[in-house]
Design a protein around this ligand. Structure first.
Ligand code: CUA
Length: 318
């Protein structure tokens, strides 16, 4: 309401609000903007007025009178400003958490950043340097980098998150208005950093499905590409995919999303990062009841292959 009435701070004036979170971010930004104006203006006006009124006149030799503080006034100001500060902190903290907790049923798209291009990878095997998403549905991006730190930034959605090598970061949003919007890399990542501009295309769900299923009949889903990798690397020698118990390694059936008991007595949730670490650095989380005999695949698998392999493991539901 505030944003619609007053337009907001100059930096976000007239920028489209193309996601469900955008109006919330703008409202917080407006609050910061208008409280700053409301505090700065009276202080500046009074300061200028006093500077003129109490200016030393020529020939005036009297000392400035010594004035003691006013406790009530000082505590009042501190409490008032402290309350504003706390409100902004809590407001921002709640929003930050929301930005990081996607709904369970969010549509997942893998994102790989590298110098100096983005690759968006869909479950059916389709990849594109531009991002296509359905409107009105929550979309979760699972992001990693092949080289240095990048940052995926969609200004019209008011979302941004760092994309870090060696781990998965996630970001989610619900796009509200069909159309095309800019994507920037917001982390300086080398000489051609400024070339990492691409587009996000928001399509009606029906059009999105047509785009996704269209064109290439040779597409292989990421999960079945992952299965090919799983077979060619002979992972099945130690890990069953049908729940059968092997003495070498735990079964992978129903693993994703479950809670795993580790040899050191701790528990960990099997999410994408857990699977990634278990493949790249198997000694990190040794599962209870098994010896640490799995070899590392660090440096032996491309990021695309790793996301495919993980897509396959995610498909091995209970
Ligand atoms: Cu990638 Cu800047």
């Amino acid at each position: 309401m505030f944003a619609q009435l007053f337009g907001g701070g100059p930096l976000i004036w007239k920028m489209p609000q193309a996601s469900t979170i955008a109006p919330h971010i703008d409202l917080l930004y407006d609050f910061l903007w208008w409280t700053s104006v409301a505090l700065l203006l009276p202080v500046t006006i009074v300061m200028i007025y006093f500077a003129i009124k109490y200016r030393a006149k020529p020939g005036d030799k009297s000392d400035t009178p010594h004035i003691h503080g006013n406790h009530l006034f000082e505590w009042g100001v501190s409490t008032f400003l402290g309350a504003i500060f706390l409100a902004v902190f809590i407001w921002g903290f709640v929003g930050y958490n929301q930005l990081h907790k996607p709904p369970q049923d969010a549509y997942e798209i893998n994102v790989i950043g590298q110098q100096w291009v983005w690759t968006f990878q869909y479950a059916n095997g389709k990849t594109d340097p531009e991002l296509y998403v359905p409107s009105g549905l929550p979309v979760k991006l699972i992001m990693t980098s092949k080289d240095v730190i990048h940052s995926l930034y969609i200004p019209d959605f008011r979302v941004k998150w760092d994309v870090v090598p060696g781990a998965y970061q996630s970001l989610w949003f619900t796009a509200t208005k069909p159309g095309s919007y800019d994507i920037f890399c917001a982390e300086f990542c080398g000489v051609a950093h400024s070339n990492m501009i691409t587009k996000i295309h928001v399509l009606e769900p029906v059009q999105f499905k047509a785009w996704l299923d269209g064109v290439d009949p040779k597409l292989v889903s990421t999960a079945s590409s992952g299965k090919t990798i799983f077979t060619s690397r002979n992972c099945v020698a130690c890990h069953s995919v049908d729940g059968k118990v092997s003495k070498n390694g735990p079964t992978l059936k129903g693993l994703f999303g479950s809670v795993v008991n580790l040899a050191d007595g701790s528990k960990v949730k099997a999410d994408e990062n857990y699977l990634r670490v278990s493949i790249m650095s198997p000694g990190t989380h040794v599962v209870k009841g098994f010896a640490p005999i799995m070899p590392t695949y660090q440096g032996m698998m491309k990021e695309e292959e790793l996301t495919e392999l993980i897509a396959y493991l995610k498909s091995l539901k209970e």
